[in-house]
Design a protein around this ligand. Structure first.
Ligand code: SF4
Length: 395
């Protein structure tokens, strides 16, 4: 057995809820009904800092707090800097809005032709189908509209959204998001996917969900059967730290992939959570072991009240530089900034190109060594024969 694949590494279990029936614990309805949503509940289990206590008191005026018992078990109650805790327990810093922060940081509202649809790129749409999540991330880009902010479950304009997609023949790809689409019942999801897959120009559906991470119990055989029936369906999950890679998440990912759902992961670069090469390397290795391809690493959007969680862009670039070439290519996500104001995702890459001249391109590899490659019709200039490369291309 590989040392990284031992039982202890993937362990999570019932933890603080050890007296709960196995059947209840594994029931996603039970997990939702028993979420931690108030300061008094939190204080039963954990000693809070003053900043957290104040954050909890104020959270309902902004983004509600909710944490499933399963995910709560991953928190280290003795460590105020626990990377899981930083993601889901409110802090008073959320109430401070910096000058550069925006309520709608990536300009979605401007690109919304009908309620619930964001149509930014020509051939695909984002379809926001619910305003609820199993737990709430303190850095949520859509905090203006999730956590019952608009008090709907199934989006009230759902039929308008479906009609928009039906009438726009250029839309070949629909991304379901919200809130979290996997919080909809099996019946509703089946209906929605059936409607979308009946539209001839929709080639496939993507789902963005953090449910496998917050509530892996939701990934049932019945749900997998719905995905199998309506495929191709692609899914992006959202794991930020290796501690989230539990036996339960691994089982959920395997269940999804065995049902024909390819999985990618989108992480957000967060200060104190994953802005560290060692942490990120461990995360991407664990993702691959769960059959999940690291897809994007996002620079945190300029969400109101997020400055305490945002890390530097140079830190993200250092992480990518530390992964590229040093580990499996599949393990390296694309670092992106979702351009403020609605410009879409822009890839940010460490610079491996030193110079492009008339005849050649000069490159630096992952070890910092220089190599040259001739441009079409060009030859390699009068340069030292680095590592024998010139001889190789001239013979
Ligand atoms: S799961 Fe997604 S939509 Fe829900 S709070 Fe987290 S980031 Fe926002």
């Amino acid at each position: 057995m590989h040392p990284e694949d031992n039982e202890e590494k993937w362990f999570s279990g019932k933890g603080l809820w050890s007296d709960v029936d196995e059947e209840d614990w594994n029931n996603w309805g039970w997990q939702l009904r028993n979420r931690i949503t108030s300061l008094s509940q939190l204080e039963e289990y954990i000693e809070l800092t003053d900043e957290e206590r104040e954050g909890c008191r104020l959270s309902n005026s902004k983004l509600s707090m909710a944490i499933t018992p399963y995910f709560f078990n991953l928190i280290d109650p003795k460590n105020a800097d626990c990377p899981i805790r930083l993601q889901v327990i409110p802090r008073v810093e959320e109430m401070t809005t910096s000058q550069e922060e925006l309520l709608d940081p990536v300009g979605e509202d401007e690109h919304s032709p009908v309620a619930g649809i964001v149509h930014r790129y020509p051939d695909r749409v984002l379809f926001l189908v619910t305003d609820r999540c199993a737990s709430y991330c303190r850095y949520c880009t859509r905090s203006r509209m999730v956590s019952n902010a608009q008090d709907y479950n199934f989006h009230p304009a759902l039929e308008d959204g479906l009609a928009y997609i039906e009438q726009n023949g250029r839309i070949r790809d629909v991304l379901l998001s919200g809130g979290d689409p996997l919080l909809l019942s099996d019946r509703k999801l089946d209906y929605l996917l059936d409607r979308l897959r009946k539209i001839p120009h929709v080639e496939f559906v993507r789902i963005g969900s953090r449910i496998p991470v917050f509530l892996p119990q939701r990934i049932t055989l019945e749900l997998s059967e719905i995905f199998r029936k309506h495929g191709p369906i692609w899914m992006s999950i959202h794991v930020n730290h290796p501690k989230e890679c539990t036996a339960e998440l691994k089982r959920a990912c395997e269940q999804l992939t065995f049902s024909g759902v390819p999985l990618g992961n989108q992480s957000v670069l967060l200060r104190g959570v994953n802005d560290d090469l060692k942490v990120m390397k461990s995360l991407v290795h664990r993702l691959l072991m769960m059959r999940v391809r690291p897809y994007y690493l996002y620079q945190c959007d300029l969400i109101t009240g997020s400055s305490h969680l945002r890390s530097n862009i140079s830190t993200g670039l250092d992480i990518i530089r530390g992964l590229r070439g040093h580990t499996t290519g599949y393990a390296v996500p694309q670092f992106v900034i979702d351009a403020p104001g609605g410009g879409g995702k822009v890839p940010i890459n460490p610079d491996y190109v030193e110079q492009i001249s008339e005849n050649e391109i000069i490159l630096k590899n992952f070890q910092g060594k220089t190599y040259r490659y001739p441009l079409l019709g060009g030859t390699i200039g009068h340069v030292p024969n680095i590592d024998g490369f010139r001889d190789k291309i001239l013979t």
